[in-house]
Design a protein around this ligand. Structure first.
Ligand code: FES
Length: 88
């Protein structure tokens, strides 16, 4: 099935690119931009993004690597501490 009509990208292309990226670097964060680059193409109109993302989510290799989970929580706690007022 064609997902991106501007660049003629199929769901098979997307899955193959995700699997290739995971095989070459297990810790990489897979984004639509990286997939376009891996396929040697660039998004044009962006109208395919909802279907593009939905297709990405169906791939079993799309899980965030365990080492990279919960990183946002640590950042939020640091931000809170930086804004804390010191009492005298
Ligand atoms: S349909 Fe994918 S960029 Fe236009």
């Amino acid at each position: 099935m064609i997902v991106c009509h501007c660049q003629n990208i199929t769901d098979h292309d997307i899955h193959a690119a995700i699997n290739w990226m995971r095989a070459s670097d297990a810790q990489t964060i897979v984004t639509p931009g990286k997939l376009y680059r891996a396929l040697g193409k660039a998004a044009d109109c962006g109208g395919c993004m909802p279907l593009f993302l939905a297709t990405m989510r169906t791939n079993t290799n799309m899980e965030v690597p365990m080492q990279l989970r919960n990183l946002r929580r640590g950042t939020t706690q640091e931000t809170r501490n930086e804004r804390r007022q010191e009492s005298n």
